[in-house]
Each structure stands twice: as structure tokens, then as C-alpha cells.
Design a protein around this ligand. Structure first.
Ligand SMILES: NC(=O)c1ccc[n+]([C@@H]2O[C@H](COP(=O)([O-])OP(=O)(O)OC[C@H]3O[C@@H](n4cnc5c(N)ncnc54)[C@H](OP(=O)(O)O)[C@@H]3O)[C@@H](O)[C@H]2O)c1
Length: 311
């Protein structure tokens, strides 16, 4: 089995405590009361700054906020913070949605504790400038931790400005994203020519193309790596629905199908942080637990891919 990044935590201890105390309610909402483990971290290669290895991809709860309100976003972020997590990935939405999201991000309970990643996702240089200025205004901050050009969209036009905003202190780090294997070739070219601080790419056991070239290249070039689509935007759960988790998953401290994918991702040493998108604090917590305990080695990761492909 692979490297052991932290002590296997708690469902068992939590359950034990709750059962010993006869607290059914505690079992229903236990871990946020008893959260004690702190997420393991990995360094951002260019500075050595430590990043917790599980972060929050905010798309779904942010897009749902006009009907569901912003409390689900805040609840998931609070759960992440309770475990020492802090990476929050965002993407520009409508002005109304981002104004509400910005209020959450400026909550004194949360602000100052986050590693906030923002994006530019529009065509045209001036639109990119306007979009960034709007994000700064709606999020109530001059500086974000990471500014990314999403899906390499008009990246040749935006990148010189993004670099300038790093120089002026408006972005601590800069990067680029893709979320489809078809864009990996363009991403490789961009990385080689521009050396961004961060690569942000899709990666999971069923979508593992990044491990051929992009992840080794990021390692060689000293780039931090954020991962999107660990659950293929949820379709992974359709694939494993009704299937039993194999008994050998226990050999790498994996208790659920969500952790099966996340442990596969985190076993890759090039990965700095995996973003998991959720509206549900209990899912966030389940995903955080994947960062503790053992990780699968290469042979086991091959077995994981084979099993999932057989479904
Ligand atoms: N080009 C880009 O820059 C780009 C593209 C795509 C994504 N991203 C980033 O990556 C983030 C992740 O998004 P994704 O599309 O890659 O989504 P994902 O994390 O692969 O999957 C999200 C889906 O999984 C479900 N889920 C999460 N944890 C679960 C658990 N423990 N058990 C059961 N279901 C669970 C969520 O539903 P529930 O709400 O029910 O938990 C949601 O439907 C995005 O939010 C965004 O930050 C970036």
C-alpha cells in the first residue's frame, strides 16, 4: 500500500462515543461536533506554502443559491474549515448570484481563513478585465489567492493581464484550468510556454488521462495541481450505484465509493488538492475523510481502474 499521510480518523471512534453515550442524535450529526483531525497538507512547489489536500468546488451550491439560499454553501464551507480545510474554487456566475456568494465569503466567521481561487471565463480582453473587476467588487477583496483562466478560454488575451495582476499583488498565484481530456494537449503546450503556478485539471480513476503527461509535467516544472471532476460531476455515482465496495478497499482505509475515487486521486504525488463539489456537509465530511490513512499503491490503482471499468 502507498504512503500513509495521516492517522485514520473517526467514523469508528465517533460511532463508539455516540453509542457509549446512547446519543442517537449525535450519530446523526456527529462529526461536526467532534471534528478533531486536521486535514493533511501538501506544499505549493513555488513557495512551499501548505495547502490542505481536499477543497470545495462551489459550482453546484452557488448555482442553486437563487432557489436554495446561501446557507448550504456556508454549511459546507464551515465543515471544511472545521477540519482545517481552506481551498474554495469559484467561477464567475451572474452578478446577482456572485453578490450573494460574495456575502458568504465576506462573513467574518469565514473570511481570512480561506484560500480563494477565482476565474476569468469570458471571451475578449476587455470582458476579462471587466469580469475580474466585478469579481473583486462582489467578493469584497482586492486580492485572491489564485486567479485562473478557465478552460483556457481566450487565454492568449487574458494571460498578460493575469500576470500583471500577480505583479500588482491582486493574485498571489496564477493558473489555468481544463476539465476535458480533449484539452490536455493545449494545456501541455500552455504549461511548457508559460509556466503557470497552478495546473487545474480533470482527474479520476475513470478519467485518468492526466496521469500520462500533465501530472508528471506539473511535477517536473514545479507546479501546484488542483483536481476537478473527481466524481465526473456526479456520473461516477451512477456507475457504482448498487455495486458493493470490494473488501480490499479496507487495505487503503477506504470505506465508501466517494473515498475510493478520492484516494485514487490523492495517491498521485503530483496532486496538491482535490476539489469536491457538494451541497451536503455530510458529503464534504465523507470526502475529507479520504485524506486520512493509507493510499493505494500503483498495482492497487490498476485494480481500481479495472474494477470500475467492469461496471
Ligand atoms: N474548467 C474548470 O475550471 C472546471 C470544470 C469543472 C469543475 N471545476 C471545479 O471542480 C469542482 C468540482 O466539480 P465537478 O464537476 O468536478 O464535480 P464532482 O466533485 O466530480 O461531482 C460533484 C457531484 O458529486 C456529488 N457528491 C459529492 N460528494 C459526494 C459524496 N460523498 N457522496 C455522494 N455524492 C457526492 C455532488 O452531489 P451532492 O451535492 O449531493 O453532494 C455532485 O452532484 C467544481 O465545483 C469547480 O470548482 C472546474
Amino acid at each position: 500500500m502507498g504512503e500513509n499521510y495521516g492517522e485514520k480518523p473517526k467514523p469508528s471512534r465517533r460511532d463508539f462515543v455516540a453509542q457509549a453515550l446512547g446519543l442517537g442524535a449525535l450519530l446523526a450529526r456527529p462529526a461536526r461536533l467532534l471534528a478533531q483531525e486536521t486535514l493533511p497538507t501538501r506544499p505549493i512547489p513555488s513557495t512551499g506554502e501548505a495547502l490542505p489536500v481536499v477543497g470545495f468546488g462551489s459550482s453546484k451550491p452557488v448555482l442553486e443559491s437563487p432557489t436554495e439560499g446561501t446557507e448550504p454553501i456556508a454549511n459546507v464551507i464551515r465543515t471544511l474549515l472545521e477540519y482545517g480545510g481552506r481551498v474554495i474554487d469559484t467561477s464567475p456566475r451572474t452578478e446577482a448570484i456572485d453578490r450573494d456568494f460574495g456575502r458568504v465569503l465576506q462573513d467574518p466567521e469565514l473570511t481570512g481563513r480561506l484560500f480563494l481561487a477565482a476565474k476569468i471565463n469570458t471571451d475578449g480582453e476587455q470582458n476579462g478585465i471587466d469580469q475580474w473587476r466585478q469579481t473583486q467588487r462582489l467578493f469584497g477583496r482586492r486580492t485572491v489567492d489564485l486567479l485562473q483562466v478557465e478552460s483556457l478560454r481566450d487565454v492568449d488575451l487574458h494571460w498578460p493581464n493575469v500576470r500583471a495582476w500577480k505583479d500588482s499583488g491582486e493574485a498571489r498565484y496564477i493558473g489555468v484550468t481544463v476539465s476535458a481530456n480533449a484539452r490536455h494537449g493545449s494545456m501541455e503546450t500552455f504549461m511548457r510556454e508559460n509556466s503557470p503556478d497552478f495546473l487545474h485539471v480533470n482527474y479520476s480513476p475513470l478519467e485518468n488521462g492526466a496521469e500520462d503527461r500533465l501530472l508528471p509535467l506539473a511535477r517536473d516544472m514545479g507546479m501546484a495541481v488542483l483536481i476537478n471532476r473527481p466524481f465526473m460531476n456526479g456520473s461516477y455515482f451512477g456507475r457504482v450505484a448498487g455495486k458493493e465496495l470490494p473488501s480490499w478497499a479496507a487495505e487503503f482505509d477506504c470505506e465508501t465509493w466517494a473515498q475510493f475515487s478520492l484516494k485514487y486521486v490523492l495517491a498521485n504525488p503530483a496532486v496538491t488538492c482535490v476539489l469536491t463539489e457538494t451541497t451536503n456537509p455530510e458529503h464534504m465530511e465523507e470526502n475529507i475523510q479520504a485524506a486520512f490513512g493509507r493510499f493505494p499503491d500503483d498495482a492497487t490503482r490498476g485494480r481500481m481502474r479495472e474494477l470500475l471499468r467492469s461496471f
